[in-house]
Ligand binder design. Structure first.
Ligand code: ACO
Length: 338
C-alpha cells in the first residue's frame, strides 16, 4: 500500500512522555550468557545496555505511565481524550491492551485499540491518529508506542538477543486552528520480504476430535536476517525521507532533528550522511535502551524534549522501519511546551 498525503487542517504535537523498566542489562552481562562481548556489540550497533521488564512491572504499566506524562505535559483533562492508539507487537492480551490503558488513565470518553506494525508501529499509529484529527471527527488523541520484546527474544541467540530492550513512549496530539504540526507523511510495506524478520506462529497441531486437529496458539522467538534488514533500512529510509523532503520542498539543511527508529547506530549515521545532516542533529539513545521496537521514536522524542534539545517550533524528520517489512516517514513540527 502506498499513500502519500498532505495534511491541510492543523494538527499540533502538544505532549510527550516515556517510561522504561528499572532493570538494566549491560553488554558484559550478556557476554556471560552468550558468546558475545561489549566491543562487538558497541562497534556493530552502538548499544551499551538495554532495559528489561522484571517482576513488579508490566508493559501496560509502562504504557500508562508514558501516556500520563504526555497528557500532563499537554495539560489535558483525561475526559477530553477521544482516542488512544497503542502501537505494539507484544500486547499483554492478544485481543488488545489499549482498553486496559484507557481504563487505567480513566479516559472514559476515549475509544482505544491496538495497532501492530513492529518497529514502524508508532509511525503508522501516528498517521492513523492524524486521519481522525484531519477529518474533524476527533480532537484529542494519545498515540503510544510500547513493546516488550524481551518476552520473545531467544536469549541464547547472540545474533538477536543483544539488540532489543523494553520501553514505552507516547505523544499527545490535537487539532489546531493555527499551527499545522504534521507537514506530511508516507508509509510502505513489502510483505514479500517479510521472512527477514519474524515473530511467527509455531505450527503445532493437536488432536481436537477424531479426524480433526486444531492449531495450538503459540509463537516462536524472534528470527532476523540482520544483514538483509540492515541493507533494506539504509536503502529505503533515505528514499522515503528524500521523497517527502522533495514533495514539500524542504531542504535537508532546514531539518532541526533527525529522529529515526533506533535499531543500529550505523543505520542512523548512514541516513544522516546521505542528507549531510551533522551528527549533533541526529537523535540517538541506542546506547541506553537498544531497540525497543514501537517505543523507540516516542521514547527518543520525549528524552530530547525534556532534555531541552527539541524546542517548540523545531522541524523533526522522522522515519520508522522494521518487520513486515514496513517503513514510513513523517515531517513534523514540535509544538509542545518545552
Ligand atoms: N557477538 C559476537 N559476534 C556476533 C554477534 C554477537 N552478538 N552476533 C553476530 N556475530 C557474529 C556472526 O556470527 C558473524 O560471524 P561469522 O562472520 O563468523 O559468521 C559476524 O559476527 C558478523 O555477523 P553479521 O550478522 O554479518 O553482522 P552485522 O555487521 O550485519 O551486524 C546486526 C548484525 C547488528 C544485527 C546488523 O545486521 C543490524 O543492525 N541489522 C538491522 C537490524 C534492524 O534494523 N532491525 C530493525 C527492525 S527490528 C523490528 O522490526 C522488531
Amino acid at each position: 500500500m502506498i499513500s502519500n498525503s498532505q495534511c491541510d487542517s492543523g494538527i499540533s504535537f502538544v505532549g510527550c512522555g516515556s517510561s522504561t523498566p528499572q532493570k538494566i542489562i549491560n553488554n558484559d552481562q550478556l557476554g556471560q550468557r552468550v558468546d558475545t562481548n561489549n566491543e562487538w556489540i558497541q562497534s556493530r550497533t552502538g548499544i551499551s545496555e538495554r532495559r528489561v521488564i522484571g517482576d513488579n512491572e508490566s508493559l501496560i504499566d509502562l504504557a500508562t505511565d508514558a501516556a500520563l506524562k504526555a497528557i500532563r505535559m499537554a495539560n489535558w483533562d483525561v475526559k477530553t481524550i477521544d482516542l488512544i492508539i497503542l502501537a505494539t507487537s507484544t500486547p499483554e492480551d492478544l485481543f488488545g491492551s489499549a482498553p486496559k490503558i484507557q481504563s487505567n488513565l480513566e479516559a472514559s470518553n476515549a475509544v482505544a485499540f491496538d495497532l501492530t506494525a513492529a518497529c514502524s508501529g508508532f509511525l503508522f499509529a501516528l498517521v492513523t491518529a492524524s486521519q481522525y484529527l484531519i477529518s474533524g471527527s476527533m480532537k484529542r488523541v494519545v498515540v503510544i508506542g510500547a513493546d516488550q520484546l524481551s518476552k520473545w527474544v531467544d536469549w541464547d541467540d547472540r545474533k538477536t538477543c543483544v539488540l532489543f530492550g523494553d520501553g514505552a513512549g507516547a505523544v499527545a496530539i490535537e487539532t489546531s486552528g493555527e499551527k499545522n504540526g504534521l507537514i506530511g507523511y508516507d508509509m510502505k510495506s513489502d510483505g514479500s520480504k517479510g521472512g527477514c524478520l519474524n515473530l511467527s506462529q509455531a505450527n503445532t497441531f493437536l488432536d481436537l476430535v477424531q479426524g480433526a486437529t486444531h492449531q495450538k496458539g503459540e509463537y516462536l522467538p524472534i528470527k532476523m536476517e540482520g544483514k538483509e534488514v540492515y541493507k533494506f533500512a539504509v536503502k529505503e529510509v533515505p528514499i522515503i525521507l528524500g521523497e517527502l523532503l522533495d514533495k514539500y520542498k524542504i531542504d535537508s539543511e532546514s531539518i532541526d532533528w533527525l529522529l529515526l527508529h533506533q535499531a543500529n547506530q550505523r543505520i542512523l549515521d548512514a541516513v544522516a550522511s546521505r542528507f549531510s545532516i551533522p551528527s549533533e542533529k541526529v537523535l540517538s539513545n541506542l546506547k541506553d535502551y537498544g531497540n525497543t521496537s514501537a517505543a523507540t521514536i516516542p521514547l527518543m522524542l520525549d528524552e530530547a524534549v525534556r532534555g531541552q534539545r527539541i524546542k517548540s517550533g523545531d522541524l523533526v524528520a522522522c522515519s520508522g522501519f522494521g518487520a513486515g517489512l514496513s517503513w514510513g516517514a513523517a515531517l513534523f513540527y514540535w509544538h509542545g511546551p518545552y
